[in-house]
Design a protein around this ligand. Structure first.
Ligand SMILES: *Cc1c(COP(=O)(O)O)cnc(C)c1O
Length: 319
């Protein structure tokens, strides 16, 4: 069954009191740069530093007593790992996390800090889903994938729901896109709360599988894209996420690594906030605004703020 806005509303009830209701920020200077009134939903201020806590907590809290007893396993380029580790700890469940050897050090450290057991793999040579499935089978764990799961995508949709609840209807919404959990959940919220709002996914230019999937009508799989947007280095959309995306998303746009760095600079300069490269996808695409959105009210989801400070400084340093 295709997920619905009712699932997002249920998720909002489950995460209430555990997830932060993150602030909505704006900047007159950024409005001028973009050419529209831009309202940023700041999930860089979410618990563990990204929206992923919403979907993870919703999914873990839906498990049976027996499943909780056995524990959960997941695989992720980073933020979902931390999210599962934290959600599991809050709900008193053991978590095993399959993470790439080259994941940002801050993300690995945070995952371990939340009490997660980390199992490493080579992101360019090994299949993380395969490793996750094997662990689930051997140890009786419940696998909670990073995006292709109805409870995960419903949880992710609560960020956009909060945005519309707070600011009312919008003319367009720009959402970072990896496997599509955040985008599909956001689209469900938009269709229910702001039916005329155009919904755009934004993915790294190095891997435009989402755009090709939406335009071609079937899921396109690519090799792991090489981009600084490590939260969106996915090879394909999920079956659950694509069902919603193909129905409720207007288009998928792309942003280059240089454009992401420019957006990071704008966030630091004018909103005074640290945003990780993947979290900059929405603003990067909004800067190339379609003409008919000029002067309108648009929403941008800042998906996360987890970036090693050394890496952040190196990305912003003049070449
Ligand atoms: C996971 C992640 C994304 C992509 O989310 P999907 O649900 O996989 O599309 C975007 N930004 C950040 C910061 C993330 O951690």
């Amino acid at each position: 069954m295709v997920s619905s806005f009712a699932d997002v509303v249920d998720a909002a009830g489950r995460i209430a009191g555990y997830a932060h209701r993150t602030p909505v920020l704006g900047s007159r200077i950024v409005d001028e740069v973009v050419g529209a009134r831009v309202l940023f939903k700041c999930e860089n201020f979410q618990r563990m530093g990204a929206f992923k806590f919403r979907g993870a907590f919703n999914a873990v809290s839906r498990l049976s007593a027996r499943q909780r007893e056995a524990g959960v396993v997941t695989y992720s380029s980073g933020n979902h790992s931390q999210a599962i580790a934290l959600a599991a700890r809050l709900l008193d469940v053991r978590a095993t996390i399959v993470m790439p050897h080259d994941a940002p050090a801050a993300k690995v450290a945070a995952t371990k800090g939340y009490g997660g057991r980390v199992v490493g793999y080579d992101r360019y040579a090994e299949d993380r889903a395969e490793i996750g499935r094997a662990l689930a089978e051997e140890e009786g764990l419940t696998l909670i994938p990073p995006y292709d799961h109805p409870d995960v995508l419903a949880g992710q949709g609560t960020a956009a729901k909060e945005l519309f609840d707070e600011v009312g209807e919008l003319d367009a919404l720009f959402v970072p896109l990896g496997g599509g959990g955040l985008l599909s959940g956001s689209a469900l919220a938009a269709r229910a709360l702001s039916p005329r709002c155009r919904v755009y996914g934004v993915e790294p230019a190095a891997g435009d599988d989402g755009r090709r999937s939406l335009r071609g009508g079937e899921i396109v799989r690519i090799d792991t894209p090489r981009t600084i947007a490590d939260g969106a280095q996915t090879e394909q959309l999920g079956a659950h996420t694509f069902e919603v995306i193909r129905r409720d998303v207007d288009d998928v746009l792309t942003a280059s690594d240089d454009e992401l760095v420019e957006a990071m600079r704008l966030f630091a300069s004018y909103l005074k906030i640290v945003v990780e490269p993947t979290g900059c996808l929405g603003l990067a695409a909004a800067r190339d605004l379609p003409d008919d959105l000029r002067g309108k009210r648009i929403g941008v989801i800042i998906s996360g703020g987890n970036v090693d400070l050394e890496r952040y400084a190196a990305l912003l340093a003049p070449a």
